[in-house]
Design a protein around this ligand. Sequence first.
Ligand code: ASN
Ligand code: ZN
Ligand code: CA
Length: 304
Amino acid sequence: NILHEATGTGIGTKGDTKTINISAISGGYSLTDTTHTGKIITYDAKTTQTRGNVVTSTSTLFNTTTQRAAVDAHYYADVVYDYYLNTHNRDSYNGKGAAVESVVHFDKNYNNAAWTGQYMIYGDGDGVTFSELSGAKDVIAHELTHAVTETSSNLVYENQPGALNESFSDVFGYFVDPDDWLMGEDIYTPKIAGDALRSLSDPAKYDQPAHMNNYQNLPNTKAGDWGGVHINSGIPNKAAYNTIQKIGKVKAEKIYYRALTQYLTTNSQFVDAKKALVQSATDLYGATEAAAVTEAWNAVGVTN
Ligand code: ASN
Ligand code: ZN
Ligand code: CA
């Protein structure tokens, strides 16, 4: 039962202090941000595989060790909500003000984060391969973009449409957090500086193909990463990098959003993504930008 809106102070996974939108409840405060159409609510699974309960505090301070992962999930969900609202006029992931719910401390030493179809889950990592996964803005943008994709083009999570689904999540990870071309650098291998999960500028650095010549035909099984959705995404990722180099982020993000929400469909292939992006560039800008998109995809071997 929410009494009223409030502002709190949280400490994140990196020990940084940030202002968070919270709610007053009976006896204290909860990580419920009511400042958007869709509430942003953050839960603690307490190392189980359930959703758990909303994170609460007796004061407006959320500063305990276990609250840190929740503070970052909550704060970055707000950042991504505002990105889609302010840059693309999309109100929450579904465009209809759905609540954005995040669950931290999911499972034990869980080395992953995901959009479940209903909410986001973040593991704590094992401390070697990953640190607490909500500590990275690009990871939260990646996961919430899966929700945008599911409620728009609904790209099926296998083979080329799946690699496009993954790529759009990485590309919007960049658009939300454009400091570098890397994905997950803030939470990947905390004992090793400078590495990351993936690179948009140089996919091969993390064993991804950057050209159709190196497309990997993997089985459509869990072990085969559903036809290599996190592998072959390197190809559309490099095309996005090429595009942004040519026309800049401000135009590219509008083109990518339009393609994802207006043109792509469940079974779209790489060639369909190229066409959708060229058409979006034509709709929004003109022949110069459309040609830049065409060249960006030609360079990765998507030539038709
Ligand atoms: N972290 C992964 C991702 O968002 C989880 C998954 O395999 N879907 O791609
Ligand atoms: Zn993903
Ligand atoms: Ca990054």
